[in-house]
Ligand binder design. Structure first.
Ligand SMILES: [Zn+2]
Ligand SMILES: [Zn+2]
Length: 191
């Protein structure tokens, strides 16, 4: 059996400096459910100091995506990197994550996903739910999916954590069809 993994391909959940094992398991399971592609979890790059901006005290996510792309093995279809560091792109104050549209790499930060969780709320459940949603969302961009107006759709743009909380973990019907088209184009479709 030669290149079995290459033929089937997988999505790599790649913790950068995020050590939350329970979250990694949940993310991998939900990615497999939504995208129907097997996941494995292993670090790819761990030092992101090259992307640190001393003026903003944040990490430039676009630079990290380029580095992930440079390190991604051929048998990996997509890379879903996880960090606890605060991310930015130059035109925005911060981002929850970033992805290469129609490319291979995405990153999500847990840094700001704990905001607004009040005493009495199920802190852990809400945090994990937000993290999973952001990963499914950013990965959607790597499958060439753009933002969606449907507020319940996972591809809806979340300006703040309230928007993230409001959306479901699902693609809307229209984005679901677009995903299947993209999977077929990649040779991963079911027919
Ligand atoms: Zn987005
Ligand atoms: Zn949608």
């Amino acid at each position: 059996m030669k290149d079995t993994v290459k033929e089937s391909g997988c999505i790599l959940v790649a913790p950068v400096d995020e050590q939350d094992g329970e979250a990694q398991v949940e993310i991998a399971r939900e990615i497999e459910r939504v995208y129907a592609i097997p996941c494995k979890t292993a670090p790819l790059i761990q030092d992101i100091s090259f992307a640190f901006d001393t003026h903003r005290n944040q990490f430039n996510s676009t630079l990290i995506l380029k580095e992930l792309e440079a390190h991604a093995p051929d048998n990996v279809l997509k890379v879903m990197a996880l960090t606890s560091s605060d991310l930015f792109i130059p035109i925005l104050t911060y981002v929850y994550g970033e992805a290469q549209l129609g490319g291979r790499c995405a990153i999500v930060s847990s840094h700001r996903l704990r905001e607004g969780i009040r005493p009495g709320m199920d802190y852990r459940k809400i945090f994990l739910c937000r993290l999973v949603k952001e990963c499914i969302h950013e990965l959607g961009h790597t499958f060439a999916l753009r933002h969606c107006r449907d507020r319940s759709c996972i591809m809806h743009y979340g300006r703040d954590v309230a928007d993230v909380d409001a959306k479901s973990r699902q693609l809307c019907r229209y984005r679901g069809i677009m995903l299947n088209d993209e999977l077929s184009r990649m040779g991963k479709g079911s027919g």
